[in-house]
Structure formats: structure tokens, C-alpha cells
Write a protein that binds this ligand. Sequence first.
Ligand code: ADP
Ligand code: NA
Length: 290
Amino acid sequence: MTIWNLGSINADHVYAVDHILAPGETLAATDLTTGLGGKGANMSVACARAGARIGHIGAVGPEGGWAVDRLTEYGVDNRWIKRLDVPSGHAIITVAEDGENSIILFPGANRALPIEAIRAALAEAEVGDWFLTQNETNLQAEAAALAREMGLKVGYAAAPFDAQSVAAVLPLIDFLILNEVEAAQLEAATGTAPGALEVNDVIVTLGADGARWFDNRSGTVEDFPAIPVTPVDTTGAGDTFTGYVLAGLDRGMPMGQAIGLAMRAGALMVTRPGAADAIPDLAEVQAFLQ
Ligand code: ADP
Ligand code: NA
């Protein structure tokens, strides 16, 4: 089967600085690294590296060709990534010597996708395929409704948390994944705990404490401990976990087994600096701690 991911594509520009800028201050950075990021791109790369067939639905601007090439090199089908006359999504990240950071996120092309692009992509989908989305693009609810109408299973990573998007998308999904902070935000916004949502499967990731799966059809809750590692950079851990779970489910794994695989991918990811470019492949994940 195929996973269709409507998601953001960003250039992450990471500047090393002595300290975080104060208002009105000018500061020379001591280092710059640029990599592929954005929750959408990260999840697509994780799906591909986990061995799934993945079509990314998204958009970049005139300067975003390298990001599309990078996605393609990782095995993501790029035929539904539009080139728009709007700047590509990007993040300006400053990291101070003491580890403190600040981030400016420019959504750009990520929020300018026309609905026709989504229709064109989903016209190629088959009943039983997965549709996946997050909160860094436009048209999540419209696309989820369309996917559901066409017989796709709908997965949603409700991040970054946004009450309006969540309210619109929640009634349309089969699978929800969010971290502990987002789960608290969701409960505050809706008054409903993860185990009481009308969503078949809900996973709350708990960082170094692993993850909790709410099987809301049977009303059971199962905890999965994390694999102990020494974290170097937690960027993209949740996105890697999500891509691996979906790839496992798409391949017909039972949920517990898909979570077990994702747990290893997430742990390996936090031992590596970087976002999409650092996501481990299936062979690395299977070799990890065996
Ligand atoms: P997010 O990046 O969305 O905040 P989490 O921090 O909950 O998500 O991490 C997602 C998953 O990555 C966890 O469920 C776990 O499997 C793995 N992970 C994250 N941090 C660690 C850690 N310190 N040690 C081991 N695994 C981790
Ligand atoms: Na990392």
C-alpha cells in the first residue's frame, strides 16, 4: 500500500551563537549548518527509510529544489510536491553556547498549497492506503475529509498544537499521535482525555519514558518503555517515531509490533544530531541493540 503525507518541507538554518539575541542587537554567528526539516518532510523520510511507499503532498518555493531532490534521494515520491511562486518554508534557528535556542519559523509555500494539488494526488490513491497530516500546512481538514471519503485510513500528528486545526481534523481520523505536552493541550482544549476520544488508536509519546497506546475500540491502554540511550539531539524523534509506526501498520504489523519498531527508531534518532537527514533506515534500526 502507499502512505500519502500532506506535510511541510523546510530548510532548517541552524546558527551557532554566543548567546540568544536581545532586542536591537546585531550578532555574528560562529557557524551555520543547513538541513532538511519540517514535520512533514521528517515523517515522509521516516516512512521511506522504514521501507514504505510514500507520496509527499506539499509545496516549495523557487529556491526549494534541493529539498525536493533530498526527499527523492531518501525514497520519497516527489510527484505531488508543487513549485509555487512563494518562498519555501524555512526555520532560522539560533543555538547559544549554553544550549538555549530560539526559532523563527516562516511557513511560506507550506501554507499556500491549492486544493487541486491534493485532489490530483489522492486521485492516485487506493482504498486501504494511509493518509497522514500534521499542523504545518494549510488544508488538513479538507484533505482528511477527501481521503476518508475515498476509503483511506487517516492518521494525524496534532503538532504543533493548534486548537482550531485539531477541532476540524479530529472527527475525520482513525489514528492520532501526539507528545505529552500536546496531549495535555488537547485535553485542555476539548475536555476529553486521549482514552475517551472517538479515534480508534491514540498514541501519546513520552520522550525518555516511551509511549502509551490507547486502543479506544477495546478501551485498553498499553505502555511501552523507551530504549535507554544517551540523548545528543532530540530533534525529529517524534517525527521518526510516527513515520515508523505508520510504515509498520501499512505493512500489516499489529500495533504493538509497529510501536516496538518505532521505539528503536526514535531512540536511535536521539543519538544523532540533525532532523530529516539523520533519520535511520530500517537496516540500522533492526541492527540497533540486537
Ligand atoms: P516529540 O519529539 O514529538 O516531542 P518525544 O520526545 O515524545 O516526541 O519522543 C518520541 C519518541 O522517541 C519516544 O516515544 C521514544 O520512543 C523516543 N525517544 C525520545 N526521547 C528519547 C530518549 N531520551 N531516550 C530514548 N528514546 C527516546
Ligand atoms: Na536527532
